[in-house]
Design a protein around this ligand. Structure first.
Ligand code: GDP
Length: 415
């Protein structure tokens, strides 16, 4: 079987966009399986930055984009991103599962309302209506893509939502028109994906957000509103676990998180500010500054365990260049006890005090210098950078097979 899953191991923004692009180059299909237009996956090709919120970023490689049943779809974003692909010479229409739910204007409104009510305890959502669309789905009042093509039943479904929320759903004429426009691509995606996997076709399943934002396994309530971990591939796409032959974890060389919530290795000092600036750690979708911190091995061990990660793609190694002493949190002190694995419980995690090792850093390299490193390969990496990678591999008991040293495709080293 040739299903390959890509999962973020931290709080999102690990650089999954680039990794998915690289791994999709020899794939037939690339699938978004959870979340909605709250993703912000970036691919940089020839200095041009392409941002994907709804379609999988891997589709910039020419692999056929697919949107699976477990997502919540914003059709206007789909349209925009089809145009984005056209602008790089890719003429394609995504395959969209008829079972995916749609995000309605009312969901965006409800998203803002709940954040306002939460006030100082706001989750920090993208306000793109993702949470309310999922909650309507759980209430069994969600509207599926195929409903848009059936004007008879659509009216009564809209009425149900309006009666429940006591708000108008908003103008969805545009949604209906778009669904009609895409009608040739609205399909039984489950059958197509299974058939293609059985025929030996390579399919990339591109995760969004990250493991620690998973609604069940993440740091609730400061999480996203879907499952971001490996199980979502199976439930969303209707593809069984044995059809996935490789599960790849993407992590950046340090830690970031957007919005509120526990963050044991957070740097609230100048070192953090430097890392934020060097790593351009500002939200792709929202522009918000991200919180930054050192690498957190106990949390990564947890992510690797629950996703059955086979190997790791490490990104943004270049950002650490120029930092004299780099710290890695190798375990926690929780109530005086040393703990190697992050506890799957936020209250306990809040008590975790990071235990660090200190490593010598390496000099800052220019973009041109990193480019040369990428051309020459592993041996050309600064010695202390190689040591950093090898220590992480040992601590996580997983190989790091790909190291990204710049945003552009081509600026990476295979190990
Ligand atoms: P995702 O949400 O996990 O897909 O993360 P993004 O694709 O938005 O990546 C976060 C940012 O990091 C984007 O601006 C990328 O272009 C950038 N990026 C990815 N890999 C690297 C890298 O190795 N080095 C640097 N400096 N930037 C990178």
């Amino acid at each position: 079987m040739t299903g390959v899953a890509i999962i973020g191991l931290q709080w999102g923004d690990e650089g999954k966009g680039k990794i998915s692009y690289l791994l999709s180059r020899d794939a037939e299909y690339v699938v978004r399986f959870q979340g909605g237009a709250n993703a912000g996956h970036t691919v940089v090709l020839d200095d041009r930055e392409l941002r994907f919120n709804m379609l999988p970023a891997g589709s910039a490689s020419g692999a056929k984009p697919c949107i699976a049943s477990g997502t919540v779809v914003d059709l206007s974003e789909v349209l925009e991103e089809i145009e984005l692909l056209k602008s790089i010479g890719i003429n394609t229409q995504p395959l969209i599962s008829r079972n995916a739910c749609i995000v309605l204007p009312i969901h965006k409104e409800l998203d803002s309302m709940i954040e306002q009510i939460r006030s100082s305890e706001a989750i920090g959502t993208t306000r793109r209506g993702i949470g309310p669309a999922y909650s309507d789905k759980a209430l069994r009042i969600g509207i599926k893509i195929e409903d848009l093509l059936d004007s008879g039943s659509l009216k009564s479904k809209i009425k149900l939502i309006e009666d429940f929320h006591k708000l108008p759903v908003g103008d969805i004429e545009e949604w209906v028109e778009l669904a009609e426009k895409f009608s040739g691509n609205i399909c039984d995606l489950e059958i197509i994906l299974n058939d293609e996997l059985d025929r030996g076709k390579r399919i990339i399943f591109e995760g969004a957000q990250g493991t620690l934002l998973d609604i069940d396994q993440g740091t609730y309530p400061y999480v996203t509103s879907s499952n971001t971990t490996i199980g979502a591939v199976f439930t969303s796409c209707g593809v069984g676990p044995r059809k996935i032959s490789e599960i790849i974890g993407v992590m950046k060389a340090y830690t970031t998180r957007v919005g509120a919530g526990v963050f044991p290795t957070e740097l609230k000092n100048r070192e953090g500010d430097i890392l934020r600036e060097k790593g351009r750690e500002y939200g792709t979708t929202t522009g918000r500054p991200r919180r930054v911190g050192w690498l957190d091995i106990p949390l990564l061990r947890y992510s690797i365990m629950i996703n059955s990660i086979d190997w790791i793609a490490l990104t943004k190694l270049d950002v650490l260049g120029g930092i004299r002493k780099i710290k890695i949190c190798i375990e926690y002190d929780i109530n005086g006890e040393r703990v190697e694995m992050a506890p799957p419980n936020v209250r306990t995690l809040e008590k975790a005090k990071p235990v660090y090792i200190h490593l010598d850093g390496w000099s800052a390299l220019t973009r041109e210098e990193w480019k040369k490193v990428a051309v020459k390969g592993w041996d050309a990496l600064p010695e202390n950078a190689k040591t950093y990678i090898e220590i992480i591999e040992k601590l996580l008991s997983r190989p790091i097979k790909l190291v990204s040293v710049g945003a552009s495709a081509g600026m990476e080293v295979a190990k």
